[in-house]
Design a protein around this ligand. Structure first.
Ligand code: AVJ
Ligand code: FE
Length: 426
């Protein structure tokens, strides 16, 4: 019988070359193994499901990761296409306005085995040419795959539990103290948004197009909640008449969290995952507001006495996994008080990890923005005033994406993101 777990085996690339590969090529190989594991979790019949109505069916993503690499790297290496139809079919994802969901049918998509063969061939050819590809291009392929590892988890989350193979070990949540309602004063200061193009060029540092150029912005003093807003706090808003978040469900008069692998009684001390619209409404109801991108940056990376801004909120230069719930250590959130080692210089908790945070900032280019000519569609189409910036990281964000300048964005009504918020005082 055909077993989907064999997908990744048949796509494995020549391991002999992995030892001679550059560090970046090794990271690409690791990231491929990581996304292979994700597709192995989906039962074959479910590849044609569309767990999120505003996104493509799962089969698209199976072909997309390889087609993207092919279109990017194959073009840079000047290799001729062996399957232009798939190169095009799997080239781009979608992000329709509400009410404009895709209408394609199952029959519009090829069989899993055909896509699997395409993927294997793409990997084999790209493996052979990757030695002559600029690092910047390989970094785009790597980070594109890591971003999809996260957004694919959003789709997998919405797939009924019977359509996916539960991994053997799902770690229990660590016990944590209850959150206090403390507001923390953040003094006025100057933040440096973005990264400097010169530095990135001269040190081979990677950044997406929207992270450039670096620029200083001054921030007024403000007060921010030490903790992310919890399910328990949001429940009061729901009891006062607000619509319950997409990740909640109710049976027999009890609220449950719809987790990746099971429904559990709503953990009141976990961060609430909501849309931007819901976050904003809650903040208004409390007489508060959402932070701007600049305020978030100040809270996370700023220092008290005007020392240089931090690389990570916790003040050392490593994305140490004990400091936060990120890098796929787990599938679901933990308590908002579970990671005290991750506090910022001001003592604000969990700014990076355990859920992205919505800001009130509309996604717009920084001064000096230039799209990458080899991938003009990454950011520019989303500077439409209909997307908001998110900062931080979720449980499924790769450690590589925790850099200070990374900017995430989604539509304000998109409810599938692992994203919550915190309030600042008006
Ligand atoms: C940066 C997460 C908003 O998923 O829409 C993947 C990343 N862009 N392929 C998205 C992306 C193209 C993007 N986000
Ligand atoms: Fe993509």
């Amino acid at each position: 019988m055909y077993r989907v777990n064999h997908l990744s085996e048949s796509m494995q690339v020549n391991l002999g070359s992995a030892t001679t590969a550059t560090p970046l090529a090794q990271k690409v190989a690791q990231a491929r193994a990581g996304t292979d594991v994700l597709f192995d979790l989906v039962r074959p019949e479910a590849f044609y499901q569309r767990p999120v109505p505003e996104r493509h069916r799962i089969i698209f993503y199976f072909g997309h990761l390889e087609a993207f690499d092919w279109n990017l790297i194959g073009q840079a290496a000047g290799v001729p296409s062996f399957h232009p139809g798939f190169d095009r079919l799997f080239a781009f994802g979608i992000d329709p306005k509400s009410g404009q969901s895709p209408q394609d049918e199952r029959a519009d998509w090829p069989e899993i085995a055909e896509v699997q063969q395409y993927n294997a061939r793409v990997r084999q050819i790209l493996e052979a040419v990757s030695g002559r590809i600029p690092e910047q291009i390989l970094s785009v392929a790597l980070e594109h795959r890591l971003l999809h590892a996260e957004t694919f988890a959003y789709l997998l989350h919405q797939l009924p539990i019977t359509e996916k193979h539960c991994p053997l070990v799902v770690s229990p949540s660590p016990p944590s103290p209850p959150p206090l309602h403390s507001m923390i004063e953040v003094p006025a200061g100057t933040v440096t948004l973005g990264q400097s193009r010169e530095q990135a060029d001269s040190h081979d540092l990677f950044g997406w197009d929207n992270e450039f150029d670096s620029h200083a912005v001054s921030v007024e003093a403000f007060a921010m909640r030490k903790y992310k807003v919890t399910n328990g706090e949001y429940l009061k808003f729901v009891q006062a008449g607000a619509k319950p978040p997409h990740f909640w469900t109710r049976h027999g008069g009890q609220w449950y969290w719809r987790g990746m692998w099971e429904e559990i009684p709503l953990p009141l001390d976990w961060p609430v995952y909501v849309t931007h619209e819901e976050a904003r409404a809650f903040a208004g109801w409390r007489g508060k507001r959402l932070p701007t991108e600049t305020e978030f940056h100040r809270a996370a990376y700023g220092t008290l006495h005007g020392e240089e801004e931090r690389t990570y909120p916790w003040g050392d230069d490593q994305p140490d996994r004990r400091r936060g719930n990120f890098d796929s250590q787990r599938w679901d959130p933990v308590s908002v008080t579970a990671t005290p080692l991750g506090d910022s210089a001001f003592g604000i908790s969990q700014l990076v990890g355990n859920g992205w945070e919505w800001t009130s900032t509309v996604f717009q280019p920084f001064p000096g923005f230039r799209p990458y000519p080899f991938y003009p569609g990454y950011s520019a189409p989303f500077f439409d005033g209909e997307h908001y910036v998110l900062k931080g990281a979720s449980p499924r964000t790769d450690a590589r994406l925790l850099r200070r300048s990374f900017r995430n964005w989604f539509r304000p009504s998109f409810p599938y993101v692992y994203a919550g918020f915190r309030c600042v005082e008006v």
